[in-house]
Design a protein around this ligand. Structure first.
Ligand code: NAP
Length: 524
């Protein structure tokens, strides 16, 4: 059967790529869904159109007007949500609950930026900080200010968040007046393409403000010019290719990289077995291992507990993992669907085999039956908990991210050893700490803050309030140092910095007054 070939929206019109294209599959049933191709597209035209038409029209609007457009996008996406859930079930193999993280998470992020943007008012310029005197006489001062970059934002995204991955980047870009070209990961490009199609058909944005190019990444980076920006999410290997591309290396194209990460969970050394704190760690680890089948860049991969609690923690986590049903997400009895593709299935199985060289198997659900899914056809993998009581001598356990429902329990002897071991992740997106001692939480965040974009503390008083180790909230920073890519996204209005250029006006106070008339202070 010949499946639909999805169209690209580039240079302000729908365009069909040449040839057969690449087929996208249902990872549970193995059936072909749709195809993507951008072969033959004039990429130069697409980028120039976005820069000139989209960028100029967006920058003519105020922050408040752009925020209103984000609000309209929220309405359109909300109206069409049912179709997005169907696509996610078919193409990502996710349960309704897991699809919500991506679909509703994306819409929530857009809505949050719409609200924050409205508060910036009818201005087109942002002031950064106070005026600073340049000498004894206060007449001559400097004022830093931010203007929208007069280029295009290219987003190259990963397969695990086809909705949220688009909107968490597009919301601050569009609010900043910067046009967007999204290149979704091929395996799950359908949902991204459909959402862009709905927004384009609703005529909300100026032509050229939002484009989607599906299929091969070939030639995209070559189009980037000096004032463009590129934001990449994906593996560290591809991140290296992006970072060393001549556009970045020679033209100083600004580049944000969100790569893989060996995120940690740390249990306070003074924890008693079966205490509230202990139970909070167990519940969060199970949630992180199983939401989206562990295909979250922020998921917990390494769990650090005092050596005396190693056995008890292994048993408590395993008991909960045993109850996780795996299979076809269309069946309501299924708690965890599939990985996104057969390719990921193979990666995860070989990753588990590698980790096993240094770890014991504490739990493996893969001998159990799948619900309404065929082990030979589907990309389903059940949860696997590995463990080591000698994490100091391990190497791959601190180095290899297995992008599936897999984590490793590690016993530590004292808190300083735990800190050292966590640091062997070489920079992560997030760590969570489980404790009812506020000073321990503060001490840990200071000791490990430089190694993480985010420290998420779970104590009994916030048990029902906290937003989850792996959930990325628009008001809080996302991104991690070093191995995690060194990128920064979200963090409320901090995200606008990436899409603006900072300049300093050194002038008389009357000129600074004139500048201030069109501007509003950027207050985080
Ligand atoms: P990937 O293979 O690196 O692909 C990511 C994106 O890059 C895809 O759109 C891919 O296109 C494109 N790409 C591949 N080769 C390229 C090249 N030479 N030049 C330009 N673009 C290229 O990563 P993935 O397998 O999709 O994603 C899984 C990884 O992403 C995991 O390691 C995970 O930790 C990481 N991740 C990180 C975050 C974060 O926020 N830090 C979030 C999600 C995922 P094709 O699909 O067409 O190949």
């Amino acid at each position: 059967m010949n499946t639909e070939l999805l169209q690209n929206f580039a240079a302000g019109r729908w365009q069909t790529g040449a040839g057969e294209g690449t087929t996208l599959f249902d990872p549970v049933l193995g059936t072909a869904l749709v195809r993507v191709s951008n072969a033959g597209l004039d990429l130069k035209e697409a980028f120039e159109f976005a820069r000139l038409q989209g960028g100029t029209a967006l920058r003519a609007l105020t922050y408040k007007q752009r925020a209103a457009k984000l609000e309209e996008i929220v309405s359109v996406l909300s109206e069409n949500k049912a179709a997005y859930y169907d696509i996610a079930t078919a193409n990502s193999g996710t349960t309704t609950r897991d699809s919500a993280v991506d679909i509703d998470g994306g819409i929530f992020t857009l809505a949050t930026y719409a609200k924050m943007g409205a508060k910036l008012g009818d201005h087109t310029l942002l002031l950064d900080g106070e005026r600073i005197r340049m000498g004894k006489d206060p007449l001559f001062q400097t004022q830093h200010f931010l203007t929208s970059t007069p280029g295009v934002a290219l987003f190259i995204n990963a397969f695990n968040f086809p909705s949220w991955g688009l909107w968490e980047k597009a919301a601050p870009a569009l609010l900043s007046g910067v046009p967007v070209i999204i290149k979704p990961a091929t395996a799950t490009a359908w949902l991204t393409q459909r959402m862009v199609q709905d927004v384009v058909n609703a005529n909300i944005l100026p032509l050229g403000a939002l484009s989607v190019i599906c299929g091969s990444s070939s030639g995209l980076m070559d189009q980037l010019e000096a004032f463009d920006v590129v934001s990449f999410t994906g593996s560290a290997d591809t991140g290296r290719i992006i970072r060393s591309h001549p556009a970045v290396a020679e033209k100083s194209v600004r580049c944000n990289i969100e790569a893989d990460s060996l995120n940690s969970a740390l249990l306070d050394p003074n924890t008693q077995v079966d205490s509230d704190v202990f139970q909070l760690l167990v519940a969060e680890v199970v949630r992180e291992m199983t939401v989206k089948s562990g295909q979250k860049c922020t998921a917990i991969r390494r769990i650090f507990v005092p050596a005396t609690l190693y056995q008890a923690t292994a048993e408590a986590i395993s008991a909960k993992l045993k109850k996780i049903t795996v299979g076809n997400p269309r069946n309501e009895a299924v708690r965890m669907g599939a990985l996104v593709s057969q390719e990921q299935h193979q990666h995860v199985l070989s990753g588990i085999a590698t980790l096993k060289q240094e770890a014991e198997v504490l739990f493996d659900g893969n001998s159990g039956e799948l619900i309404e899914a065929d082990k030979q056809i589907s990309a389903c993998v059940a949860p696997v908990l590995l463990g080591t009581q000698t994490p100091e001598s391990a190497h791959v356990l601190h180095d290899i991210e297995v992008f599936g429902p897999v984590a490793t329990l590690m016993a530590y002897q004292d808190i300083h050893q735990a800190y050292r071991l966590i640091q062997r992740g070489m920079g992560s997106l997030v760590m969570s700490v489980y404790s009812d001692d506020p000073s321990f939480i503060a001490q840990t965040s200071v000791a490990l803050g430089a190694h993480h974009g985010r420290v998420h503390a779970i104590s009994p008083d916030v048990a029902s309030l906290h937003t989850g180790h792996g959930n990325v909230m628009p008001m809080s920073l996302h991104g991690g140092p070093a191995r995690a890519g060194g990128g920064e996204e979200l963090g409320g209005l901090r995200a606008l910095n990436f899409y603006h250029r900072r300049s300093a006006l050194q002038a008389s106070t009357s000129a600074l007054d004139a500048l201030a008339q069109t501007a509003t202070p950027l207050i985080y």
